[in-house]
Design a protein around this ligand. Structure first.
Ligand code: 6PG
Length: 253
């Protein structure tokens, strides 16, 4: 496990611009190296600016990246149909996927219209098996890049403090009941997240200052599950704006 890179940037726009730079550079490198780029998008509000920047840069420069070589997946999904206002897929579609020349077949969403969240998780696991050509139940998908955010409660993807998914070490995808939302989520598990070539965490806003300080300091990973994000043989990059970083920079190293 290598030391994480922590970059503190002025504001959300700069966090998103830096994330877009990483997306393009890593994407082009992956395509050159193994012919495709597998990336997991995240939900929440922070990634919207990243998506917008990627769509704008592509409009200005169609050669920015060969979208036909991308395989787009998702780190987690809310238990709603794809046209629901809370759907992470819907957000990604509106802000990015409908604006770039990516073949429909290269978009792998989590089918949370399934009334059984557990079945939706199993179905998404089969999607991983197919996209990554996995052999057997134990083989982990190795994404080129996984985007994640951090909630004010220290959750990431849909690994919420005190929920069972935080301690799932066998399955690749699980349905996770989140009492505080009274709702199911479907999420990639720690082993898959930590198998990635690179995990990029985007964190912005004042409501993240306290959890960010805990995560950089002595906070327990069971209380702040984002602390369990530790790629075993990949990179971890934090892109944090000044509001979220607050004064915890001294601990950031
Ligand atoms: C989701 C997410 C979630 C998100 C964080 C941060 O579906 O909500 O994937 O893990 O990344 O809650 O969200 P913000 O970017 O809105 O702060």
């Amino acid at each position: 496990m290598s030391k994480p890179t922590i970059r503190v940037l002025e504001d959300l726009q700069q966090v998103a611009a830096a994330a877009a730079d990483e997306f393009v550079a890593r994407g082009n490198r992956a395509i050159q190296h193994h012919g495709r780029f597998t990336v997991a998008l995240s939900g929440g509000s922070t990634p919207k600016s990243l998506h917008t920047i990627l769509a704008e840069r592509t409009a200005k420069n169609p050669k920015l990246i060969d979208w036909s070589r991308l395989q787009i997946l998702f780190g987690d999904e809310r238990h709603v149909p794809p046209d629901h206002a809370d759907s992470n897929f819907r957000m990604a579609k509106e802000t990015l996927l409908s604006k770039v020349p990516i073949p429909e077949a290269n978009i792998h969403r989590i089918r949370t219209e399934n009334p059984d969240a557990g079945k939706a998780a199993e179905e998404y696991d089969r999607e991983l098996v197919q996209v990554f050509q996995l052999k057997g139940e134990d083989q982990l998908a190795r994404f080129d890049l996984i985007f994640l955010g951090m909630g004010p409660d220290g959750h990431t993807a849909s690994l919420f403090p005190g929920t069972t998914a935080v301690h799932e070490l066998r399955k690749r995808v699980v349905a996770n009941w989140v009492p505080k939302f009274n709702m199911w989520r479907v999420t990639l598990t720690r082993p898959v997240i930590n198998q990635a070539e690179c995990v990029l965490l985007m964190v912005s806003g004042k409501d993240k200052t306290q959890p960010f300080a805990e995560v950089m300091g002595q906070g327990s990973p069971d209380v702040y599950p984002v602390k369990y994000v530790q790629p075993t043989h990949g990179e971890l990059i934090w892109l944090v704006d000044k509001a979220a970083a607050g004064s915890s920079l001294a601990h950031a190293g």
